[in-house]
Design a protein around this ligand. Sequence first.
Ligand code: FAD
Length: 446
Amino acid sequence: MADPLHIVGGGMAGAEAAWQAAQAGLDVVIHEMRPQTGTFAHRTDRLAEMVCSNSFRSDDDEQNAVGLLHWEMRAAGGLIMAMADENRLPAGGALAVDRDRFAEAVTARLLDHPKISLDRAEITSFPADGRWIFATGPLTSDALGQAIRAETGAEALAFFDAIAPIVHADSVDLTRAWFQSRYDKGETEEERTAYLNCPMDRDQYDAFIDALLAAEKTEFHEGETAGYFDGCLPIEVMAERGRETLRHGPMKPVGLTNPHAPDIKPHAVVQLRRDNALGTLYNIVGFQTKMKYGAQTSVFRMIPGLENAMFARLGGIHRNTFLNSPTLLDAELRLRSRPHIRFAGQITGVEGYVESAAMGLLAGRLAAAEHRGRSLPPVPATTATGALVAHITGGADARTFQPMNVNFGLFPPVEGLRAGRRGRRDRYKAYTDRAKADWTAWLAHG
Ligand SMILES: Cc1cc2nc3c(=O)[nH]c(=O)nc-3n(C[C@H](O)[C@H](O)[C@H](O)COP(=O)(O)OP(=O)(O)OC[C@H]3O[C@@H](n4cnc5c(N)ncnc54)[C@H](O)[C@@H]3O)c2cc1C
């Protein structure tokens, strides 16, 4: 095989990248370490194994950003979507699959492909030459994780995430919350008003702490905590250490004046920080948590100003190997320091089976175009694939970068549509219509 494309990792992203590149005519070698080297979550030697839930989430391509990503991958001839459709189980509006048949089908289709071969081996170092896509996922093997760290520096490769919940800015009640940075710090007006603040009085704070302590939590999986350190405690653990701990930590009420009640000093303040360049998303600062998703929604809606908050993503802490992509990767998912190496999948800082497969699809297509000596125009940021890649390689704040799933908050707004809850259906339809047209046009470039 002359000058093949090497893909490390045969998970969601690697499988899709291999399929796209092979369909475009490239010879592909997939290097997959299982079954010789396993992870705490994988159980089989199959490619595209689903390690936990068997759902690809909503299949609604008009009103849901994940459903739109399904649509885009189907339009691009994606293998993951085709095999999911073939092995679909009844699940209402969600796309759930028979996980065994799904992974068997993906494996069989890849192994049957005349352009693809499979090398069952762990890759432990960075190659000096050749074309590569690293798609080794959240559980990248230790040896390779160390090799990546040696290249990127310790600050730029994380082994755990610490995800604070993210809300849509237009769902925050600005009659209760206000924009201000602590002590009005900053050179520009934008910096002096970089945070959204939600005040609490003593009763609200006490009720909030009680709710945190009572909420249902998720546990780490067996084997997941190896290497976990205390640097990033969940808020409920901080609350367990003392009722006042949060008031002296992320909820300290200092350096802030509430313009809605300037004479009343808040007992505690929850701060939200801008999460994307568009200013459509805000994360709740320091609120990484292992509360269950249902509990998070009700507990966080107790915060004054967030009673009607719409969450773009909820919080979590997981074993998760991921790059600081905004600093390390270019818009084509290439490592800036070694452009012959691309990254794809969850290791790029996206989260979820669908998002990971989508980044694999993109990396495979970009590698194929490069091989043919062509360069594709940038994926429009108005598409789900484009919004996601634009976020991880540019739109996100590199200093606080955490994994992201696809959501409409990442999309450039459509002008002239009604904001807020009432306009949501029309807005989402406008986003998905625009995305479908722009994605179809982009695919036509080859
Ligand atoms: C415990 C756990 C539960 C999760 N639950 C869900 C869920 O319910 N829903 C959801 O959407 N997402 C879930 N995720 C996230 C999910 O893993 C990803 O969304 C998705 O699988 C990522 O796809 P990927 O291709 O990037 O990585 P993976 O699918 O993990 O594939 C990476 C592949 O690379 C291989 N590999 C690693 N290192 C090497 C190496 N050095 N050499 C060769 N091969 C290597 C691995 O064996 C693996 O096959 C979960 C993750 C974990 C860890």
